[in-house]
Design a protein around this ligand. Structure first.
Ligand code: PMP
Length: 364
């Protein structure tokens, strides 16, 4: 609508207008309850209906098998960097990390406190523009799990398929914070998937963990109660006061994704948006550049630079004047980054590429 900008932020990120309008209509008095969701008891029947519907819609969207638990937690994906080794490892257990960007690196560093992780592949020397070939990986045969970051938000590198851990007991674990629910995923290939909500499915404050049920219940003794999956699973994510309003918002987003036809349809839209943006970059004769190897470019986060880097500040300023905001790249890599999550409409990407072409015409 007229008074909204196209927000290309990496997270917290844009939410679907239809979801915001629905929340607006319900904020004062949720469905005749006489109060907002923010004011409800988390143990009352109204909120229970909200969290149960959110879980069941997410299960439908991702076709989550019944032997997996869905947990709505707090603390962001960052808390999971510690919770995962605390729940799945003894302090002496080896685990493997493929590090394709800054988030995988952070997850690895946190894990060093609670188990014995090794980086079996790092894209750092290529400035995190690649995904390894799975055949060449030297996995530890005793590793408890293999950790990947399915989509590196800062570097724009996305796994298009997944490595298989090299022994039957080992698990694949993925941080899907920035591509959660952007496309169908075969959950059964993973021991655990985790994601902060604030990019694709809701506001910050909710972290979703999808975990195979038989993995629950082996937490290290020092594990804080708030990080113990068993506590949260046994209490249906209601051990303590959950982030009620955030869970409600995620539920509205899941409803909207289902109404769009589910993740197969959502992925088609995401591919189209990404393609017109990458095409614009690749067809600019080097005026714009995306450093990421073509086959692993993210559908969600599109980093790019200007050949004339001195024009970058102007690019960002002029785009903002035209109501396209948050296009500055992460402080660690510079340049620009357009995050085009599920909720970014095609019209927003079309407007951005029109602006890019016009900017190039003026400065090329
Ligand atoms: N992993 C990825 C891939 C991310 O993009 C982010 C946040 N940008 C995080 C982890 C950290 O998430 P949080 O801020 O929710 O702790």
């Amino acid at each position: 609508s007229q008074d909204r900008v196209f927000n290309f932020a990496a997270g917290p990120a844009t939410l679907p207008e239809i979801v915001l309008k629905k929340a607006e209509s319900e904020v004062y008095n949720w469905r005749g309850s006489g109060m907002s969701v923010m004011e409800m008891s988390h143990r009352g029947k109204e909120f229970l209906s909200i969290i149960q519907k959110a879980e069941s819609d997410l299960r439908t969207l991702l076709q989550i098998p019944s032997d997996y638990a869905v947990l709505f937690l707090q603390g962001g994906a960052t808390t999971q960097f510690a919770a995962i080794p605390l729940n799945l490892c003894t302090p002496d257990d080896p685990v493997d990390f493929i590090v394709t960007g800054s988030w995988g690196d952070k997850a690895f560093k946190e894990a060093t406190k609670y188990c014995k992780p090794s980086v079996i592949w790092s894209g750092k020397s290529d400035k995190y523009t690649k995904i390894p070939s799975f055949d060449d990986l030297q996995q530890n045969p005793h590793a408890k799990y293999l950790h990947i970051c399915a989509n590196e938000t800062i570097h724009g590198v996305e796994f298009k398929n997944y490595p298989i851990p090299n022994n039957k007991e080992s698990l694949l674990i993925a941080d899907m914070s920035s591509n959660f629910c952007s496309k169908p995923v075969d959950v059964s290939k993973f021991g655990l998937i985790y994601a902060g909500a604030q990019k694709n499915v809701g506001p910050s404050g909710v972290t979703i963990v999808i975990i195979r049920k038989d993995l629950i219940g082996n937490a290290q003794e020092i594990t804080p109660v708030m990080l113990d999956y068993k506590i949260h699973a046994e209490n249906n994510s209601l051990y303590n006061t959950p982030p009620c309003y955030g869970i409600y918002m995620c539920g509205l987003v899941f409803e909207d994704l289902l109404a769009q036809g589910g993740l197969v349809e959502v992925e088609k839209k995401n591919m189209k948006k990404a393609q017109i943006l990458y095409d614009t970059i690749d067809q600019s004769n080097g005026f714009y550049r995306c450093p990421v190897e073509k086959s692993v470019r993210s559908l969600m986060n599109v980093p790019f630079t200007l050949e004339k880097s001195e024009l970058e500040a102007e690019f960002i300023k002029e785009a903002a004047k035209e109501k396209m905001v948050q296009l500055k790249g992460h402080r660690s890599v510079g340049g620009m980054r357009a995050s085009i999550y599920n909720a970014m409409p095609l019209a927003g990407v079309e407007k951005l590429v029109a602006f890019m072409k016009e900017f190039q015409a003026r400065h090329g």
